[in-house]
Each structure stands twice: as structure tokens, then as C-alpha cells.
Design a protein around this ligand. Structure first.
Ligand code: ADP
Length: 500
């Protein structure tokens, strides 16, 4: 087993990797920017080193400094987490050339899957169904128009180098194409330094269903079933669950086999995810993420397999000890991403110091967090503060458990989207599993202030004040005056069922 690892990341995922490494007996080396001196991942690691100023371009993205530091402090491996340098083939290559182990797939695999058009070509060649559309970038709006006529409107313009929903435009008719092409191309250029775009058919009401795969360096690949990630906003996931509420065992087997074939086609090593769009039993390859995903915990809970541990074991050269038939699913898991965004303001980012933090606990509750009381949430980094994950025997029980856990969560000093999640848990189409990737468009009320009757609102405010009073007596309030605990806010906005 690797003896030491430098974790080239921050926030909740750096904490998660420190925990996984520690359980494997691996020495943990954190890095941080000037802004993150007191961040949880720094405090939890065995060692920590400052690598630059707050902007990630001057710190977490400085691959040269990271590799130089790893060599200097005697790290045997580098774990990139997700985001930042995780899917940069040149970084993976430089790590290996420096004589270190990159905890992830081979650089060639990352390069092949990082370009969406190349990935589509590779997958089509391997017999994996892809979303109908092009497998090469289009040169100009005129070419895009011709291709769109052939594919049929609506089409989706996508950045070849895309990620995080950037450089994507839905085009419903010919007249919109030129402007959309220019906008997508410009956005892609700014985000990825590569403005090339291509077109796919825009599917009307698909679900986003992805398969977790795990491969070793000895040619073995298994899948760990699916995650349902259709609850999204602007093509970014908000709630994820495993298993999907709609997949039949036969569909799971077929999608799983297809994902394994996809992974084998690029000689996959480590943990990865093959993303599909799914509609009425049919599915099409969307992309492959060659890294650990934000939503990996729901898979860990239903399979009992620790993905970070297996990333380290595979990187150390171990063989996977399980065959496909050994992987069984137990119960249902749901994850809510807790971001510093106010859903009522259209998910506007919120900043501030976390003045109070009460973390849910109890049966079946997991908190993967990157904040503590006193953490300053600024605009430098991703707004993901933490993930609240629950596991229960059934989906209905998991929803009830998530509702309970969200009720226990208190984050004061910065707005979060936790109240939004509580609304989703109470929403009938979510409860019945009847939704697609357009869930939020189809349920706009979830983003509006609740229209509580005057009496209900007054009663809720009274209850909130009382609760606040109790809290004050129970524990001294820390930090900013006048900050309102999230639970109070929530009660004001969304009275619990059965309240007067
Ligand atoms: P990114 O790499 O930027 O995250 P993806 O290709 O993974 O982009 O797509 C992100 C999301 O965009 C999907 O989960 C889905 O909601 C939506 N999407 C992508 N392609 C299509 C398509 N062809 N039709 C409809 N929705 C799509």
C-alpha cells in the first residue's frame, strides 16, 4: 500500500480523502491557499503546506508547485479529488513523470474521455449507444445549422471540452442557432481555453442515470450499479440517490454491462462514472467522469464498498477481490448537496462566516462536510459546503430520514440551500419518483417564497422565535449578532406538516 499521499484539493472532498487515507494507514499531506489556513482539511491532515494566495489559479491549480512540494515532503502519491486538476491529463502525466503515483486513471484515459467528441467516437466504436448527434466539432454557425437540420430541433450545443454545465445551449429553432453558437463557443473558450462546440439531439424528458465503475490495473472492471441524478438546476446536480427509483433489475444489468464495456474500451483503472441519459428503458452515453464524483457516498452506502479506499488500493496495484455477482445493493441512499446559495434568490451565492453549525446525526445519517463553526465562506471556491447523506431500508424511509436530518441541521451566518431540499423531500412527484432532468422547470414553485396564510406565517414565526429562545438557553450563541439560525428561517418559510 502507498505510504503517503498529498491531497491536491480542499473542502469536503479533501476531508473525505484524508479520512479514507487514514483508515488505510496512509500519511496524509494537505495543501491550502492563504484563505484556507484554518480549513477543516488542513486541521485534519497529518501535515499541511501553504501553496499560494486565495485564487485557485495561484494555489490549488498550481500543478508545478504541487508536484514540487510532493517530492520535497516525500509524498508517494497525489490524490486530485474532483474539480481543480482531477481531469487534467497533463497533470496526471506530470505526476507520473515525477515518479509519483497519480490516484486515478492513466493520463491517456483522462485525455480520451475529457474531450466529449473523442469520447463519443470511442464509445460508438465500442458499441456503447451515444446520444444522437455529431462526433466532431462544428467549424462555424453555417455548419452547425446544416447539422441541426439533420439531427432535428431542438438541439443542444455543447462544448467539446465541457464540464460543469458550461458552454451548453439549447436551441429550439434555426433562427436561434447563430447566437447560441457564438455564446456557447465564447463561454467554452473562457472556461476551458477551447471554444470548439458540437451538437446533440436535445432529449425532451430524460433522466440522468449514471453507473459507478471500478477497475484495477490487472484488467478487471466491475460496476457498482447506478445513481439517479435528475434533480438538477442548470445542468448541475442537487439531489442524488441510489438506486434509481425507476430502473428495473434487467435495465440495471444492461446499463451496468454497457458501462463496464465503456470503461474497458479506455482501459479504465480506479473509480470512474459513466453517465447516461435514460428515457423509458432506453439509455445513451453522455460522458465519462474519470475521477471520484461528488455523489459517490450514495453508492458507498448501498454497496458497502468504500470507493476512496479502493482508489488507494488500486493505485497501490491491488487486484479487485470482488466479481460482479458479489456486489449487492442494500436499501436506499439519498444525498443533498448543501451549498452556500439562496434558492429563493435564484441560487445566488451567499458569503459570510459560519457562526453556528449543528450537524445532524443518528441512525443512517452521514455528513461529508468541509466547514466548521468559524469557517469563512467567500467567493473564491465552489459553493459546496457539505453533503448530507442518509441510508434507510426503503426509498420512503430514506426520504423521511432526510427530512428528519435536514430538520436537525443548523447553519447560521451564511445562507444555504438546505430549505430548498426540505421542500423537495415534501414534494409529491419527488416522493413518487416521477421526475426527469427538467424537475425544477416543472416545479417552479420550489424556488418561490411559500405563500403561507397570514395566520400560518405568524404561528411559524412564533414557533421559530420560541425555538431560538430554547437554543439560546441550551448553548451559547457564537458569532455575529442578529444572524438567524437556518431552522428558524426554514420554519418561517415552510411550516412543518401538522403545525397550526
Ligand atoms: P457537463 O460535462 O457540462 O456536466 P453533461 O454532458 O454531463 O455536461 O450534461 C450535464 C446535464 O445536461 C445532464 O445531466 C442533463 O441534465 C443535460 N443534458 C446533457 N445532454 C443532454 C441532451 N442531449 N438532452 C437533454 N439534456 C441533456
Amino acid at each position: 500500500m502507498i505510504g503517503s499521499v498529498l491531497i491536491a484539493n480542499r473542502g469536503e472532498i479533501a476531508v473525505r480523502i484524508v479520512r479514507g487515507a487514514r483508515e488505510c494507514g496512509i500519511r496524509t499531506i494537505a495543501v491550502h491557499s492563504e484563505a484556507d489556513r484554518l480549513a477543516p482539511h488542513v486541521l485534519e491532515a497529518d501535515e499541511a503546506y501553504e501553496i499560494g494566495p486565495a485564487p485557485s489559479s495561484e494555489s490549488y491549480l498550481r500543478s508545478d508547485r504541487l508536484i514540487e512540494l510532493a517530492k520535497r515532503v516525500g509524498a508517494e502519491a497525489i490524490h486530485p479529488g474532483y474539480g481543480f486538476l482531477a481531469e487534467r491529463a497533463d497533470f496526471a502525466r506530470a505526476v507520473e513523470e515525477a515518479g509519483l503515483v497519480f490516484v486515478g486513471p492513466r493520463a491517456d484515459t483522462i485525455a480520451a474521455m475529457g474531450d466529449k467528441t473523442e469520447a463519443r467516437r470511442r464509445m460508438a466504436a465500442a458499441g456503447v449507444p451515444i446520444v444522437p448527434g455529431l462526433t466532431e466539432a462544428v467549424a462555424d454557425p453555417a455548419e452547425a445549422e446544416r447539422a441541426a437540420e439533420e439531427i432535428g430541433f431542438p438541439v443542444l450545443l455543447k462544448a467539446s471540452a465541457g464540464g460543469g454545465g458550461k458552454g451548453m445551449r439549447v436551441v429550439s429553432g434555426r433562427g436561434e442557432l447563430r447566437r447560441a453558437f457564438e455564446a456557447a463557443s465564447r463561454e467554452a473558450m473562457a472556461a476551458f481555453g477551447d471554444g470548439s462546440v458540437y451538437l446533440e439531439r436535445y432529449l425532451a424528458r430524460p433522466r440522468h442515470v449514471e453507473i459507478q465503475v471500478l477497475g484495477d490495473a490487472h484488467g478487471n472492471v466491475v460496476h457498482l450499479a447506478e445513481r439517479e441524478c435528475s434533480i438538477q438546476r442548470r445542468h448541475q446536480k442537487l439531489v442524488e440517490e441510489a438506486p434509481s427509483p425507476v430502473l428495473t433489475p434487467d435495465e440495471r444489468a444492461r446499463m451496468g454491462e454497457t458501462a463496464v464495456r465503456a470503461a474497458e474500451a479506455v482501459d479504465y483503472r480506479g473509480a470512474g462514472t459513466v453517465e447516461f441519459l435514460y428515457e423509458k428503458g432506453e439509455f445513451w452515453f453522455l460522458e465519462m467522469n474519470t475521477r471520484l464524483q461528488v455523489e459517490h457516498p450514495v453508492t458507498e452506502l448501498v454497496t458497502g464498498i468504500d470507493l476512496v479506499e479502493w482508489q488507494f488500493r488500486v493505485a497501490s496495484g491491488e487486484k479487485l477481490p470482488f466479481a460482479q455477482q458479489d456486489i449487492l445493493l442494500r436499501g436506499h441512499a439519498i444525498e443533498c448537496r448543501i451549498t452556500s446559495e439562496d434558492h429563493l434568490g435564484g441560487f445566488l451565492p451567499s458569503t459570510g462566516v459560519v457562526t453556528q453549525l449543528e450537524i445532524p446525526s443518528g441512525p443512517g445519517v452521514r455528513w461529508d462536510g468541509g466547514i466548521v463553526q468559524g469557517t469563512e465562506v467567500a467567493l473564491h471556491y465552489d459553493p459546496l459546503l457539505a453533503k448530507l447523506i442518509v441510508h434507510a431500508p426503503t426509498r420512503a424511509a430514506a426520504i423521511a430520514r432526510m427530512r428528519r436530518a435536514l430538520g436537525e441541521l443548523v447553519i447560521a451566518g451564511v445562507e444555504t440551500c438546505a430549505p430548498f431540499h426540505l421542500r423537495v423531500m415534501d414534494e409529491p412527484d419527488f416522493a413518487s419518483g416521477d421526475f426527469c432532468i427538467r424537475y425544477l422547470e416543472e416545479h417552479p414553485a420550489l424556488l418561490e417564497p411559500e405563500e403561507a396564510g397570514a395566520e400560518t406565517a405568524a404561528a411559524a414565526i412564533a414557533a421559530a422565535l420560541l425555538e431560538d429562545e430554547h437554543r439560546r438557553h441550551r448553548a451559547p450563541r457564537i458569532g455575529a449578532e442578529g444572524s438567524v439560525p437556518m431552522s428558524a428561517w426554514r420554519r418561517g418559510g415552510s411550516p412543518a406538516p401538522g403545525s397550526p
